[in-house]
Design a protein around this ligand. Structure first.
Ligand SMILES: [Fe+2]
Ligand SMILES: [Fe+2]
Length: 315
């Protein structure tokens, strides 16, 4: 991270140069034990400043699904559905559209979010790391994929940190996260080495599920099933990260912002899963604006495969 120095440091004024330069010269940073410094003022934004969503953008997010038309896609979809079943079991999730039969409380939702986000933060980091190593190993450029993948991992971790401000998991939950991270990190790393394309498709389907989960939570909130959230004050870090406007800093807005991020991850990963992993530039990278046409083309192809709203019965 360019904006932080993870070590203790201090700035030291160096000697004046006696020539025509009159201002003091700042020497390279020297380490000073016992003090933590930042290279930028703490009020400055992070390197991965979140783009500002409009209210229209976050309200218009829809549940979508890309049809699995070939064997690799079906494999990715089947794996995600199996994992969702496991997560439903672990987090005590009970789908219900009947108001009288709802079993999801505010606490159960937060538990589910925390577990979901702790898993969701893995793929982007693994994919970014493996592409980084590949670039070094092959001594070739990466075509802009790494930054998008690492930014996705950062974004997922911000989701997790936000929900952790609302609830502190106990030891069983922490053990569960530890266990799932060991298994998922190992499995996803091996899978990404074997077939990055299937892995991006897998993440696309995983993000479809995330959009479904947040949509259901918003629906429950709107139905009056989660009264505590109507009074809940959302964390300041969320307000700053998403740059949430005045009057839109409640729990419902927070869920809308997070859901918009998940929809973006869904579309990005479905697109990356349709590209040539070695040759194509990442069309979402700022460095490859000229590829924007290609992104539209690929995303358009995906969107035609989406069955908007077709899976609402599964939420
Ligand atoms: Fe997330
Ligand atoms: Fe996500």
């Amino acid at each position: 991270m360019s904006h932080l120095i993870g070590r203790r440091a201090r700035l030291v004024l160096g000697p004046r140069i006696t020539s025509n330069i009159s201002s003091p010269i700042i020497s390279p940073i020297q380490l000073l034990p016992g003090t933590r410094y930042h290279t930028q003022d703490a009020t400055q934004k992070s390197s991965w400043t979140h783009p500002v969503y409009t209210q229209e953008q976050i309200q218009s997010v829809q549940i979508a699904h890309k049809n699995a038309t070939n064997l690799p896609d079906k494999l990715a979809l089947g794996t995600v559905r199996f994992l969702r079943w496991g997560m439903d079991f672990v987090t005590g999730y009970r789908s219900s559209t009947a108001l009288t039969n709802n079993t999801m409380t505010e606490q159960k939702w937060i538990t589910r979010f925390i577990f979901l986000e702790s898993v969701a933060g893995v793929p982007g980091m693994v994919a970014g790391m493996l592409r980084h190593l590949k670039s070094i190993r092959r001594m070739k450029r990466d075509h802009g994929w790494i930054e998008t993948l690492l930014e996705e991992a950062y974004n997922e971790r911000m989701h997790l940190l936000t929900f952790l401000k609302l609830s502190s998991p106990g030891r069983p939950m922490r053990l569960m996260v530890l266990g799932s991270q060991c298994v998922f990190f190992t499995g996803f790393s091996i899978a990404y080495l074997l077939s990055p394309r299937i892995c991006h498709r897998f993440v696309g389907y995983l993000e479809e599920e995330a959009v479904i989960t947040y949509t259901k939570a918003i629906t429950d909130l709107d139905s009056g099933l989660l009264p505590k959230w109507e009074e809940t004050k959302i964390p300041d870090m969320a307000v700053k990260y998403w740059q949430m406007p005045e009057g839109k800093r409640d729990m419902r807005s927070l869920l809308l912002y997070v859901r918009a991020d998940e929809a973006k991850h869904r579309d990005v990963n479905h697109t990356l899963g349709s590209l040539d992993q070695d040759r194509d530039c990442n069309p979402f990278s700022a460095k490859f604006r000229t590829q924007a046409g290609k992104a539209k083309e690929v995303l358009g192809e995906n969107m035609r495969g989406f069955e908007l709203g077709a899976r609402k019965e599964r939420v």
